[in-house]
Design a protein around this ligand. Structure first.
Ligand SMILES: *Cc1c(COP(=O)(O)O)cnc(C)c1O
Length: 345
């Protein structure tokens, strides 16, 4: 089934709306590789302003944003400090080992977040047998942490630790704007705690493609050759950038609806026998559901849900993930919860 009626597998499954497509159709375009695409330049300026950084760069994916940042910041053999659930460790096909050729020290955090003390303890002593600690990476929101929001104070304390030890800080902000809408803390305030940060256009913002990475002018100048090297330079990318501008104008505030739907789904699922989820831990649009005690395994539940027109991913035998987004409404999540109850009740 390619298009289930209720799609909760991921917020990447969103499709461009008619209004977004119209914005794309009338975009002014040029050759992006030559920095001549006016719509791409406008998107980059808009994201730089949103994040309070000097400059920004449009690239085809969030993964490429991460890989470019790590490659710019790290020398081969350097060490990156990240939570064990980080996207850069688990879902980028070993990219840090291949491209930046850096090591990663995975920390055993809770819900995708490590503490200042854990980061401090992970720092290398700086003698010649050890790799150099170079970068602290955080994910806002933490994807496998169930969309949890890193508190601003912790991010600030990590920045101080990094400064004191001459480390760089990087934020995988795939869902930073979910954190912004849920917490009321500005994107600028979160972004001020890191040297480099990016947002994904193709998740909850509903665009077909793209990520935008921001940092100092010097960082962006160094990011350009990496983008070229990785094959990320484009031509008339204004068609895609127009979707990004449209999304930033129309799809940010509405993320609150996705968060309310996620909370509603969690509240409904929590009543089903054998299903464990604390609705209070659902801070944004991602639910991690524990079905250890349910009558069926996660893959079985996933399959049965699909037969009922609802898609949720299984994460191993005992976990499931559901993600709300702009193509699922309140009636959709209620339907998903009812299907889940029919299967497991
Ligand atoms: C999706 C995601 C990425 C990668 O973004 P793509 O645009 O899919 O390449 C990176 N980090 C996190 C936390 C993500 O959820």
């Amino acid at each position: 089934m390619s298009n289930p009626e209720v799609e909760l597998y991921s917020d990447t499954k969103t499709r461009p709306s008619k209004a977004m497509l119209e914005a794309m159709m009338i975009a002014e375009v040029g050759d992006e590789q030559a920095n001549e695409d006016p719509t791409t330049i406008a998107l980059q300026q808009k994201v730089a302003d949103l994040l309070g950084k000097e400059a920004a760069l449009f690239v085809p994916s969030g993964t490429m944003c991460n890989q470019i940042a790590l490659a710019v910041h790290c020398q081969p053999g350097d060490e990156i400090i990240a939570d064990k659930t980080a996207h850069i460790i688990n879902f980028e096909a070993g990219g840090p080992a291949v491209i930046a050729r850096a090591m990663i020290k995975p920390l055993d955090g809770v819900r995708g977040q490590f503490t200042l003390e854990q980061a401090q303890a992970a720092l290398r002593a700086g003698f010649r047998h050890a790799p150099d600690s170079k970068l602290i990476a955080v994910e806002q929101t933490a994807n496998l942490g169930g969309g949890s929001i890193w508190p601003l104070e912790i991010l600030e304390s990590l920045r101080i630790l990094a400064n004191e030890n001459k480390l760089v800080t990087h934020m995988d902000g795939a869902r930073l704007l979910n954190a912004v809408v849920a917490s009321g803390i500005s994107a600028r305030d979160y972004a001020a705690t890191v040297d480099t940060v990016w947002i994904d256009l193709s998740k909850g913002l509903g665009c077909p493609i793209g990520g935008v990475i921001a940092g100092s002018k010097e960082f962006i100048a160094q990011a350009w050759p990496w983008k070229q090297r990785l094959g990320g330079s484009m031509r008339q990318s204004g068609i895609l950038a127009a979707a990004g501008i449209y999304a930033l104008d129309h799809h940010v505030d509405r993320l609150a609806i996705d968060h309310a739907n996620a909370r509603l789904l969690a509240t409904r699922l929590a009543h089903i026998p054998g299903v464990q989820i604390d609705p209070l831990t659902v801070e944004t649009n991602i639910l991690i559901i524990d079905v250890t005690e349910a009558s069926l395994s996660a893959p079985e539940i996933s399959e049965r849900l699909l037969e009922k027109g609802v898609r949720m991913g299984a994460m191993g035998p005992d976990g499931m993930r559901a993600v709300t987004h702009l193509d699922v409404d309140e009636a959709g999540v209620i339907r998903a919860a009812e299907a889940f109850a029919d299967i497991c009740g």
